[in-house]
Design a protein around this ligand. Structure first.
Ligand code: ZN
Ligand code: ZN
Ligand code: ZN
Length: 384
């Protein structure tokens, strides 16, 4: 996923001293004048507008603010010395940055009703215009200081953060298995073992069968291939040389993180990330779907068109089938098989082997066949 920046927006912080909402860039509370402590978190305003002012943009991009290690005052990332006490800021602590605050709030926010007097206030009003009460939703009393409970926006931000991401498919069924399931599984395993054992026994257990050879049959074959047109499909740049291209259509080839020509951008919901400077960066996770020409093409390929065979018995000389190839044909492999045929009490049985059969599989000779449970011959021994 590529992160695409849509711009910057000014965040807010709530003064822990008087509950006044302050613009993110303000380092001192607008209402009571307290300096912003380093443990105050920035949160999203009810309505976020992207900054166009050059000076504010520069502040937003400067990076996380630095809190003076000597007096605690908040300073811009670009400052070398503390604006309050003049201390060297190289040892100061940078504000944390990178936290996802929530989905970008680009819609007009409704007015806030004062919890004390009921007056309607602008969504970004620091305090009630009528009675001066705090417009911040009441927080649990007491317990200030460093271990203060996380402000409400943090938790809602978390869930929003999740919502802009694709839910990862996580199967819940992969957990435990019921006892019945286990019993069934064990039963099935035992059954499989029994079947396997049965097959092995059928194949390995043999019985002796007396037989008389009837003679050999041999088969020799030659595979013939022919160069002929074959129509296939593929990406335009992967069509083999010499192929004739047919119709092409645009098709999704891959998804990637980086933008590219001919790519369709697919982006998730924009969300706001704390930059630590009192400003938030509005970003979007995007991926790029690259489309390409997918074409039909026709190429000349060797295709198997025929198999010539010649058969004979032990009384004939071994011979290959007569071969005559056309200009666009070629030979693509030769093979030979030998079959000794036996007469037994239970009928005719065939045994495949090598050319040595021509010697030993003489008509009328007597043999003991080892026959397995499936009727196959596993060995042949001369009868005494
Ligand atoms: Zn204040
Ligand atoms: Zn200082
Ligand atoms: Zn009021």
């Amino acid at each position: 996923m590529a992160k695409k920046s849509l711009g910057y927006t000014e965040l807010e912080w709530t003064c822990p001293n008087c509950d006044t909402r302050n613009p993110g860039a303000k380092k001192i509370c607008l209402s009571c004048g307290s300096p912003q402590p380093d443990n105050v978190e920035f949160h999203q305003p009810a309505q976020e507008t992207l900054i166009t002012d050059e000076k504010k943009l520069a502040e937003a991009k400067a990076g996380p603010d630095v809190h003076c290690h000597y007096c605690g005052s908040r300073n811009s990332a670009t400052a070398k010395t503390c604006s309050q006490c003049g201390a060297d800021l190289s040892e100061g602590e940078k504000r944390k940055a990178g936290k996802v605050l929530g989905a970008h709030r680009d819609k007009a926010a409704p007015p806030i009703t004062c919890p004390s007097c009921g007056a309607a206030n602008a969504p970004d009003a620091p305090k009630c215009v009528q009675c001066g009460a705090s417009l911040v939703s009441p927080r649990p009393a007491a317990a200030p200081g460093p271990a203060a409970p996380p402000p409400a926006p943090a938790s809602s931000a978390k869930s929003k953060h999740k919502s802009h991401r694709r839910p990862t498919p996580q199967s819940k069924t992969s957990g435990g298995m019921s006892t019945t399931g286990k019993i069934v599984l064990v039963g099935l395993t035992l059954l499989m073992c029994a079947i396997l054992a049965g097959v092995v026994m059928l194949l390995t257990r043999t019985s002796d069968v007396t037989a008389t050879a009837a003679g050999v049959t041999w088969t020799r074959s030659i595979i013939i291939e022919q160069l002929q047109p074959v129509t296939r499909q593929g990406w335009r740049d992967e069509i083999p040389m010499g192929a004739v291209r047919g119709e092409c259509t645009q098709k999704l080839r891959r998804e990637q993180d980086q933008p590219a020509a001919n790519a369709v951008e697919v982006c998730g919901t924009p969300y706001t990330v704390d930059t630590g400077s009192g400003f938030g960066q509005v970003v979007q996770d995007c991926k790029y779907q690259v489309y390409d020409d997918f074409c039909q093409y026709t190429s000349q390929e060797w295709q198997r068109v025929n198999e010539l065979t010649r058969q004979g018995d032990g009384g004939m000389a071994l011979q290959w089938p007569a071969l005559s190839l056309a200009e666009n044909q070629r030979e693509a492999g030769r093979s030979e098989t030998f079959l000794c045929t036996f007469n037994t009490e239970s009928g005719i049985k065939n045994y495949a082997g090598g050319p040595d059969m021509l010697e030993w599989c003489q008509p009328g000779s007597r043999w003991i066949l080892k026959v397995n449970g499936l009727g196959g011959i596993t060995d042949v021994q001369p009868a005494r």
